[in-house]
Design a protein around this ligand. Structure first.
Ligand code: GLU
Length: 487
């Protein structure tokens, strides 16, 4: 059996887009499932729009998502180089083969002449197809005399119209009519290949077995199939995946927020969660298990479970998966991921164990890391700012005053603060001593005074992390504020 070889072939004309990342992911999962190779090829033949910084962003984004390639520009393989601008000789060689076999011819028409042809077909309301003027050897020889005409090389569509049958692994049979495809340019006048030509030369010389890509490439496929035929090469299998659409079913664009992978990560999505989310955009796991690792999904992956219809980018689902991932993550890892989001705080006042305790205490309701600065705010600073609700309501009740005074005199004077568990037992004992006051209102008052909030992390853990001095300071501050107001 031939080894499965799949590829992702991004053009570095922008940052790694969600759609490209999803296509890369499907290719990666397919390769892993079949013990095959996942190849990264940079399609930079559009030199004007390609930029090195985008190549870097593509590397970084794929790596963040764990989509490590087996062969690529920076990873040697038997069919390199893996960057199109370094393969120009190869395209020229294959172009010559097509010229020699009569499948390609030089076209000397100028841009203005071609524009005029296009204009005419528009006026006549018919789809534009090149007139084949230069397919006529005499005409081409005549035009060639004018040295200012720089030729392109065109692929010659078979003269006998034929139906081209694509057996797409996602969409089933799709038929195209060759009569509707004009003789398309394979080499531009500047000596670089067109996309359709370069991609075929690359895929066949890199021995790609399956082309898994977005459905926006379907119109290109018959052209590429004709090129394989003309080169006498074995055709790879094709699988065209449905697009990713915004909730309003329009094309996903900046208007809907972020579209670049790195941007989502910067916003506070975890690469693990984001990868999980992308997996479900157009593919459904056979066991219905939506939360999982790349390795798990790879073991389950089949092309037949890819949806041909578009997938909707559902931000709520992304948030849900991100929350699950945050809650399941090992604390030391979570701490490293959280650090950039907590740069506004002096983290050096706590050791890593305490910082991890803080994260553990607050992570339950968090869906995105950018919520962390607010969630952890009461663990920093000497005092906390009280909301109006707390100042005018919680701290004004008789009970609260009693609770806080006793908390200071009985509890803080004696509690050992030796471990969160012991502290929890001590808090409980303290509350029992305050009967008939209810546990709930006791906790309510202490929490409000110490954290400035009415909800939040487990109270004993919070007290433990803050430490006795800071708790004492805040309780005194609260008592002071109560006293000032009632005076
Ligand atoms: N370079 C193409 C793109 O970025 C991909 C080509 C392909 O997958 O065939 O859309």
């Amino acid at each position: 059996m031939t080894e499965v070889r799949v590829r992702i072939a991004p053009s570095p004309t922008g940052n790694l887009h969600v759609g490209t990342a999803r296509t890369a992911l499907f290719n990666y999962l397919y390769a892993k499932k079949h013990d095959g190779k996942f190849i990264l090829r940079i399609e930079d033949t559009d030199l004007e729009r390609s930029e090195a910084k985008y190549i870097q962003d593509i590397y970084d984004g794929l790596q963040l998502l764990g989509l490590h390639w087996d062969e690529g520009p920076d990873k040697e393989g038997p069919y390199g180089p893996y960057i199109q601008s370094q393969r120009l000789d190869l395209y020229r060689e294959y172009a010559q083969k097509l010229v020699a076999s009569g499948h390609a011819y030089y076209c000397y028409c100028t841009v203005e002449e071609l524009d005029a042809e296009k204009q005419k077909s528009m006026e006549e309301k018919r789809p534009y197809i090149y007139s084949r003027r230069c397919c006529d050897e005499d005409e081409a020889t005549r035009l060639k005399q004018d040295e200012s005409r720089k030729p392109t090389l065109r692929f010659k569509i078979p003269s006998e119209p034929e139906s081209i049958l694509l057996e797409d692994l996602v969409r089933g049979e799709v038929t195209f009519e060759s009569a509707l495809i004009g003789d398309f340019v394979i080499m531009k006048s500047n000596g670089t290949p067109s996309y359709n030509f370069a991609v075929v030369v690359d895929d066949l010389t890199m021995k790609i077995t399956h082309i898994i890509r977005g459905e926006d490439h379907i119109p290109n496929t018959p052209k590429q199939m004709l090129l394989y035929q003309a080169l006498g090469a074995q055709m790879p299998a094709f699988a065209h995946v449905g697009m990713i659409l915004a909730p309003d079913r329009s094309k996903l664009s900046k208007r809907h927020g972020a579209t670049a992978v790195a941007e989502f990560i910067r916003q506070g999505y975890l690469p693990e969660a984001f990868g999980n989310f992308l997996t479900l955009l157009g593919w459904s796991p056979p066991d219905g298990q939506e939360v999982g690792t790349l390795a798990h999904f790879a073991s389950e992956f089949t092309l037949s479970r890819i949806a041909p219809n578009p997938a909707i980018f559902d931000q709520d689902k992304l948030n849900w998966l991100n929350g699950i991932t945050i809650r399941a993550m090992e604390l030391p890892t979570l701490l490293e991921k959280a650090r950039p989001f907590l740069s506004g705080y002096d983290l050096s006042q706590y050791d890593d164990t305490r910082l991890q305790m803080i994260l553990e205490a607050v992570r339950e309701p968090i869906t995105i890391l950018s919520e962390l600065p607010d969630a952890v705010s009461y663990f920093f600073g000497d005092n906390v700012a009280y909301t109006d609700e707390i100042r005018n309501d919680v701290l004004q009740t008789e009970d609260s005053l009693t609770v806080l005074e006793r908390f200071k005199s009985d509890f803080l004077a004696n509690a050992a603060f030796s471990s969160p568990e012991e502290l929890a037992a001590e808090v409980k004992a303290f509350a029992n001593n305050l009967k008939p006051l209810k546990m709930k209102s006791i906790m309510w008052a202490i929490r409000a005074a110490v954290t400035g909030r009415v909800h939040g992390a487990d109270l004993s853990k919070t007290l433990f992390i803050l430490g006795k001095d800071r708790v004492n300071h805040r309780v005194e501050d609260a008592l002071q504020q109560i006293a000032t107001r009632s005076a």
